[in-house]
Ligand binder design. Structure first.
Ligand code: 9MG
Length: 304
């Protein structure tokens, strides 16, 4: 593959940080992408792989505990909080739209009232997108890139920015035998095709964010190839979201259990920012904000 136009003598000139694309309007809140933004993960599911059920008490989501987590993340430097009500780990139970709404909406409403952050809703379900937008969400994060029936229309009507993620297969089976001839090219082609689908449905390119979907239908090698090839995706000129936090690629490479994966997650976050990522999705906001701040400090020193 030819090197992307945005690589200048080995230095990445990320188009995500191009002055024309510095901000996204997230339901009236301005999201400044001139420097990397931390997206904190709040799972309202009882069965997430990384923090499964930590916000549950007596089999019910504890809203006060979830708000406490949201306040901590906002204070630690998260510009975005990503609220999810459906687990995408292999073997997770499917949820009905009603159940997803019951999990997600009360938290979206509370955060919208109390905290000055952009609320992202991690959902592929059109009804959840619509209701979340009404309740104060500022961003839609869809791991299925608006492929569910009615999702393109719901996202278009919301007026919100949308993160389109690449996934090969479906969560239940995606890690059985992922295959690519050229993972960077194929992920790029898929994302380009979803950008076109969005544009045809009235969702402007300027409203989009792209995510290669680390860990979603990819082997460890595919993930590493994608990280190396991130500048090729950044060259599309649409801000990139990445998520490595606590993922199994770290477990496979280093033999670490979920609770031991933070140091490697931080390293991957910095490597991704260096290669043009604009938004880092993480469970560990304070530590990731510090790691990225070190990158930023070096960046601001300029060409010395
Ligand atoms: C919901 N979710 C889980 N992992 C993710 C990732 O890497 N990116 C995005 N956008 N969403 C994710």
């Amino acid at each position: 593959m030819d090197p992307p136009a945005s690589i200048d003598r080995g230095r990445i000139v990320s188009t995500a940080r191009n002055p024309e694309r510095l901000t996204q309007d997230c339901a009236g809140q301005s999201l400044d992408l001139s420097r990397p933004v931390i997206m904190g993960v709040i799972n309202t599911t009882p069965d997430s792989f990384s923090d499964g059920g930590s916000l549950y008490r007596n089999s019910r989501l504890d809203l006060e505990r979830a708000m406490e987590r949201a306040r901590e993340m906002a204070a630690a430097g998260a510009g975005i909080l990503d609220i999810g009500g459906e687990s995408t780990r292999p073997g997770a139970h499917p949820v009905s739209p009603g159940e997803e709404l019951d999990r997600v909406l009360p938290l979206v409403e509370r955060i919208a009232k109390e905290l000055p952050v952009v609320i992202s809703v991690d959902s592929s379900t059109p009804a959840v997108m619509r209701e979340a937008a009404r309740a104060g969400a500022g961003l839609l994060n869809d791991v299925r890139a608006l492929t569910r029936e009615g999702a393109l229309q719901a996202a278009a009507a919301s007026g919100l920015p949308v993160c389109l993620m690449h996934m090969q297969g479906e969560p239940g089976t995606m890690q059985v035998a992922p295959h690519y001839d050229d993972v960077v090219r194929e992920v790029g082609e898929y994302l380009r095709s979803r950008v076109s689908a969005c544009e045809q449905h009235g969702i402007a390119r300027e409203r989009l964010l792209l995510d290669p979907g680390f860990g979603f239908g990819k082997t460890v090698i595919h993930n590493m190839q994608l990280l190396r090839g991130l500048p090729h995706l950044s060259a599309m000129g649409i801000p990139l979201v990445v998520g490595f936090s606590r993922k199994s690629m770290i477990g496979h490479l280093l033999g670490r259990e979920v609770g031991e994966r933070m140091p490697a997650s931080l390293a991957l976050a910095v490597l991704a920012v260096e290669r043009g990522a604009a938004i880092i999705r993480t469970h560990d906001v304070a530590a990731t904000a510090d790691a990225v701040a070190m990158w930023q400090a070096l960046e601001e020193l300029g060409g010395t």
